[in-house]
Design a protein around this ligand. Structure first.
Ligand SMILES: Cc1cc2nc3c(=O)[nH]c(=O)nc-3n(C[C@H](O)[C@H](O)[C@H](O)COP(=O)(O)O)c2cc1C
Ligand SMILES: [Fe+2]
Ligand SMILES: [Fe+2]
Length: 399
């Protein structure tokens, strides 16, 4: 996509990635894509804020070249060293050897370890301002949003916050780069939430600290390094992030996520009964089949909803295996403070429920109830499941 002047002298020079299937080698983006937003600030001095993944080096360098000569770049600001925002430094560093890299003190070591660059690296401090002429860049350290070295850059004259990973999301840009041009904000909200939970959620307390720190800034636009630029309603995306970060402690909204797997349909039959019971309680329920849905898409629902129901048959004295990586990811991502229910079929001595209890014990989930049944879910067992769904729904609605 051609560069876009977002304010006089400030340009979006990002690239869309429609090639990478798995973001971080983990999270599917084959259908959604992702953008690596980079920005060029042109004044008496010229700065580029954040770069792109090395895969996109040709396109990225063309974006820069359309606007400036490589030899005229004064500063390369690296808010974050993760290679999705720094990869092209390998080449840009050689094309612009005169440029000074601006980064946090923790990033300096990473610039050396990832890119072998030790010269012309200037460490910036919290609140430090560097003048480019009329415009100036001010830096705010925001550790662990997403790595320890992460910072944000604020352009004082135009009041643009280059927030890097914070306030970003999956989803390549589809022509519209600003919130007010976008006809499908729901898509970006969904993909921002998925990105938040997949990438940032573990560090939610640090997200809240960063948002607190920014509260005294007058922000005209939020320009993250993934996804839309928020100029009409910059507070919207900040509010989303604040709300999602708060769920880490509160456990989320009065709604339920039901995740299940099944080999021969017995647990699946029970799933229908339990879901029916929840629906009768009036509580919203989102159902996921763990066999068919990648955890990347289930985790956001687990994060947002206070109630979690897991249905899994016993498999070799433990849980149906596909449930295990999901619960493991939930543990790693800090999906905490939930109320939970378990159900599943077994053939002879069971074991699914035992492993379930073991897996969720580090998560601070309150196990409200469980229903393990032998073999088929006969009508009276289904009725039990339906009643359980109803009573669990009541527990959630009365929180
Ligand atoms: C490969 C495999 C391993 C199983 N291992 C156990 C087991 O260790 N203990 C047990 O009680 N049942 C075991 N079962 C029986 C299932 O739990 C039982 O058939 C159950 O009804 C399956 O539920 P589903 O129809 O929802 O898949 C196993 C079944 C299969 C196919
Ligand atoms: Fe990152
Ligand atoms: Fe990123």
């Amino acid at each position: 996509m051609p560069f876009v002047e977002i304010k006089p002298g400030i340009y979006w020079i990002g690239v869309n990635d429609h090639t990478t299937d798995l973001f971080e080698g983990l999270w599917p983006i084959d259908e959604e894509g992702v953008s690596y937003n980079s920005y060029l600030v042109k004044d008496q001095k010229i700065a580029i804020v954040d770069l792109a993944k090395s895969l996109k080096v040709d396109e990225f360098l063309s974006q820069v070249e359309e606007l400036v000569d490589f030899s005229h770049i004064d500063y390369i600001v690296l808010n974050h060293l993760e290679p999705d925002h720094s990869g092209v430094l390998n080449v840009l560093g050689k094309l612009s050897p005169q440029a000074t890299i601006l980064c946090s003190s923790l990033a300096r070591e990473m610039v050396s370890s990832f890119y072998g660059i030790r010269e012309r690296v200037k460490v910036v401090e919290e609140g430090e301002e560097i003048s480019l002429g009329e415009k100036s860049l001010k830096f705010f350290l925001t550790p662990m949003v997403h790595w320890p070295e992460t910072m944000m850059t604020y352009e004082v004259d135009s009041r643009i916050l280059f927030s890097c990973d914070a306030f970003g999301g999956y989803g390549a840009l589809r022509g519209a780069i600003f919130d007010d041009e976008c006809s499908d904000l729901d898509f970006y909200k969904k993909e921002s939430l998925r990105y938040y939970v997949n990438i940032v959620a573990k560090f939610s307390p640090m997200v809240l600290k960063a948002i607190d720190k920014l509260s005294s800034l007058s922000i005209d636009s939020v320009a993250p390094s993934h996804g839309l630029i928020w100029r009409e309603n910059p507070s919207l995306v900040i509010d989303w992030y604040r709300q999602w970060a708060e769920y880490a402690e509160s456990g989320g909204e009065k709604a339920i996520t039901l995740v299940y797997g099944s080999m021969y349909g017995h647990t699946e039959a029970m799933m229908d009964a339990v879901a029916r019971g929840v629906a009768e309680s009036g509580v919203r329920v989102e159902v996921f089949d763990v066999r068919r849905t990648n955890p990347s898409y289930i985790l956001p629902s687990l994060w947002v909803n206070k109630g979690i129901i897991v249905g899994a048959p016993t498999y070799e004295a433990g849980l149906f295996p596909l449930v295990v990586p999901l619960l493991d990811l939930a543990t790693r991502k800090g999906v905490k403070n939930k109320k939970a229910l378990f159900f599943g079929s077994y053939g002879w001595s069971g074991g699914g429920r035992r492993e379930w209890e073991k897996m969720v014990s580090p998560l601070n989930w309150e196990i409200v109830d469980s229903l393990e049944f032998k073999g088929r879910a006969y009508p009276e067992v289904l009725a039990q499941g339906r009643a359980l769904g109803r009573s669990f729904g009541k527990v959630i609605s009365e929180l």
